[in-house]
Design a protein around this ligand. Structure first.
Ligand code: ADP
Length: 484
């Protein structure tokens, strides 16, 4: 487990990449310099020996060496050449007989080798045997017929191949030089490796540092020594992480704040009806001579307060129910126009009290597969808000429409509207708009989040458009056929 984590370290990976990327070119350069030196040295040696052999071949003809190999001058030249290049030279005549061998071991023998046969036809050949460390060369011994020796068969100027010179030269000196060069290159290579190692460590650390800084700052936020936001700008990538973290953190702070606000809101909302009911009950208890009418009126007020308390508790329970995964939809085929009409009928008395004119516009007859209770909750909440956050004499219009896949219910009011910066927040749980009006109007900040949860369960969407002072429009869009 520990080993796997070690391999997943970005620092380690960067180190390996930098190290390898640095090593490859230096190894290639090291190898190619040695190789090209070797090629060049072998070529120079081959050309040198070939030139010497060509000169020697001319002398062999001049001294008629192929017929009488006793010429001291030529023998001295042959020995000099073989000593100079620490090799062996053989003179072979055109009957493939070895006339002279500077090693003195093969004279008189016949040389049957492809190179020699080809050489007798005029081609110079050279072979480099890397494994055994020598170069083998053949040079033809040619004679150009002069006017004196010209016959009918061999007219003047004819080139005749009289034999071949076969030489082998050791490449030990080249190899020794290469060995020395290799040793030096190895020292340089070791220095390069050490430098690269250090550079890779430093670079890997520097490159990963911004990520370390992010973890440190997150750790500080976690332990409470810092309350954000993070500030690490080095890379685009770290900037992305930082801005994602900051927005998540901001969201969490908001949620936390909303939660705190919710607790105080709910406690307040739950306390208000209780306090009113207690005051009413106390005044009835302390006054012994209460007329029956006053008694009845107080009792009905107490009932109203209890109903309000009940409503708040029910909203909370509703929200908890929608929250649970177990909250399955109870799908049935529902006439949406009729359902809206029923809800409007229920809410009309409140609208009348608030002097709001409620209108239903049915652009299409819609029958959809929905959970009737949950959809009623959605529409009631939206229409209640359209009445609540409106001013007397204004209107609220509910429009039912559909296309071939979705139906929409639009709840539009001409009320106070919602400021643009609050539009994103209205669906958040426990969110209540501008505190002054919300406190006067009364509510828990749960209505729209309940509506949103219910719409999402139907795989639908709920959106809002609003202009402060002009009104708001909430649109619910739900598939006609339930997608479960
Ligand atoms: P509540 O109405 O209990 O406060 P909601 O979740 O229903 O909670 O609404 C959240 C907030 O959104 C309200 O406090 C209000 O500020 C704003 N809001 C909702 N509907 C409207 C509307 N039709 N017009 C203006 N503001 C609205």
């Amino acid at each position: 487990m520990h080993r796997i984590r070690f391999w997943r370290s970005l620092k380690l990976r960067l180190f390996i990449i930098i190290f390898i990327v640095g090593m490859i070119p230096s190894l290639i350069i090291y190898q190619s310099i040695l190789k090209s030196y070797e090629d060049r040295a072998v070529k120079v040696r081959t050309v040198d020996v070939q030139n010497q052999l060509t000169i020697l071949a001319n002398h062999l003809i001049t001294y008629n060496y192929l017929i009488d190999p006793s010429s001291n001058v030529v023998n001295a030249e042959l020995n000099l050449l073989s000593n100079l290049y620490s090799g062996r030279v053989m003179v072979i005549n055109n009957r493939l007989k070895i006339v002279k061998d500077t090693y003195g071991i093969s004279e008189g023998r016949t040389m049957v080798s492809e190179e020699v046969v080809r050489c007798l036809k005029g081609s110079s050949i050279s072979n480099y045997d890397r494994v055994n460390g020598y170069i083998e060369l053949t040079v033809p011994i040619t004679e150009t017929i002069s006017s004196v020796g010209a016959t009918e068969d061999l007219p003047e100027g004819t080139v005749v191949y009289r034999g071949a010179l076969l030489a082998s030269t050791s490449t030990d000196t080249i190899m020794t030089t290469i060995q020395i060069m290799r040793k030096r290159a190895q020292v340089i290579e070791i220095i390069v490796i050490i430098l690269l190692f250090a550079l890779a460590i430093v670079l890997a650390r520097v490159l990963v540092k911004p990520f370390d800084r992010i973890s440190k700052q997150i750790e500080a936020v976690k332990s409470g020594t810092s309350d954000g936001p993070l500030a690490v700008r080095d890379y685009l990538e770290t900037q992305h992480i930082v801005s994602s973290f900051n927005s998540l953190f901001e969201k969490m702070q908001k949620v936390d704040e909303s939660r705190r606000e919710f607790v105080s809101n709910v406690s307040h909302e739950l306390k208000t009806p209780l306090t009113s009911a207690k005051i009413l009950a106390d005044s009835l208890n302390t006054d012994s001579e209460v007329p029956v009418e006053v008694y009845k009126e107080f009792m009905s007020d107490i009932t109203q307060e209890i109903e309000r308390e009940d409503k708040i508790i029910n909203s909370l329970l509703e929200l908890v129910k929608l929250d649970k995964d177990a909250s399955k939809l109870n799908i049935s085929t529902v006439d949406i126009n009729e359902l809206t009409e029923i809800i409007l009928k229920r809410l009309r008395p409140i609208a009348r009290k608030n002097e709001i004119e409620l209108t239903l516009v049915s652009l299409r007859d819609v029958v959809a597969e929905v959970d009737e209770v949950k959809l009623s909750l959605v529409l009631s909440n939206l229409i209640e808000n359209a009445i609540k956050y409106n001013s007397p004499g204004k209107t609220a219009t509910i429009t039912v429409d559909a296309d071939h896949q979705y139906f929409t219910v639009e709840v539009s009011d001409t009320g106070q509207g919602i400021p643009e910066d609050e539009l994103d927040s209205v669906f958040e749980r426990f969110y209540r708009g501008d505190k002054s009006h919300s406190t006067n109007i009364g509510g828990t900040g749960l209505g729209l989040s309940i509506a949103k949860s219910a719409v999402l369960l139907h795989k639908g969407t709920i959106t809002v458009k609003s202009k402060p002072g002009e009104g708001s429009t909430f649109t619910v869009r739900i598939p006609i056929k339930a997608k479960l």
